[in-house]
Ligand binder design. Structure first.
Ligand code: FPP
Length: 247
């Protein structure tokens, strides 16, 4: 896409009504590769290029929270070489991009249980989180070994512990307090959730947080989800009327 048409689309975006939190289910890497007679892992590799592009673009647009679904609790069931490649791509991404992300004041947060991750990706992830923990321009949440139901059940366990130890009274528990027990603690709920690839389901993503989120389902595969597609989604989001249950 030419710079001229990118600028044309950018002009349609209202910078004062930017979503604060955008969540993306990065789907369709395998189908993108299949269409080109390439191995599935080539699709994941191209998917990482879009990760770089969209993270940078979200920063340019001043979106303070971006959540990317990188690996679900169900993804362990994929063939070993595909799981290994996904872990390798994550490590490569962090190794290559960490300094740039840090210079750009991006804070990396992980949503999910890291215990099950192999030692190398676990170490890289902890290092990235540690290095960027005081950054404040943008939060990049990477959902890794993440499941929405797991997150809620895990939150309940933590909350019950706090009740048992007397830190919280049963009467103090409400919807907002419970948010403190989720991986997205202290973060606003997503305003916009995007799922490429033509699938129209949530697949166990951010179940508690998406109560009033706007959904955009688009047919392009994640490796095709370029800046232009991202702008289109933001423009579509800004055309929606959000009522939060009111009239
Ligand atoms: C879904 O496509 C995608 C994934 C399971 C992995 C997404 C991961 C990346 C883009 C790379 C690693 C992430 C980071 C943050 C560096 P699919 O394989 O389910 O596609 P299909 O439905 O077409 O088979």
């Amino acid at each position: 896409m030419s710079t001229k048409s990118i600028n044309f689309m950018l002009n349609k975006i209202d910078m004062d009504r930017m979503p604060k939190h955008v969540a993306i289910i990065m789907d369709g890497n395998g189908r993108w590769a299949k269409k080109r007679l390439l191995p599935r892992t080539a699709g994941h590799r191209e998917g990482v290029e879009r990760v770089k592009e969209i993270v940078e673009e979200a920063g340019n647009l001043g979106i303070p929270y971006l959540t990317l679904f990188a690996f679900s609790t169900e993804n362990w069931g994929r063939p070993k070489d595909e799981v290994d490649t996904l872990m390798k791509l994550l490590v490569e991404y962090l190794k290559k991009e960490l300094n740039t992300l840090h210079e750009n004041n991006v804070k990396i947060n992980i949503l999910g249980n890291l215990d099950k991750l192999p030692p190398t990706p676990r170490k890289e992830v902890y290092n990235a989180v540690e290095k960027t923990k005081y950054n404040s321009k943008m939060n990049l949440n990477i959902a890794l070994n993440y499941g929405g139901r797991y997150e809620i059940v895990n939150g309940i366990k933590l909350l019950v512990n706090d009740v048992k130890s007397g830190n919280i009274n049963l009467d103090d528990i409400d919807e907002d307090l419970f948010k403190n027990y989720l991986f997205t603690k202290d973060q606003p709920d997503p305003d916009l959730l995007i799922r490429p690839s033509g699938e129209k389901r949530i697949s166990n993503f951010l179940l508690y947080q998406i109560a009033y989120t706007e959904f955009i389902f688009t047919d392009v595969y994640w490796p095709e989800f370029t800046t232009e597609e991202f702008y289109k989604s933001i423009i579509e989001f800004q055309s929606r009327k959000r009522r939060f249950g009111g009239i």
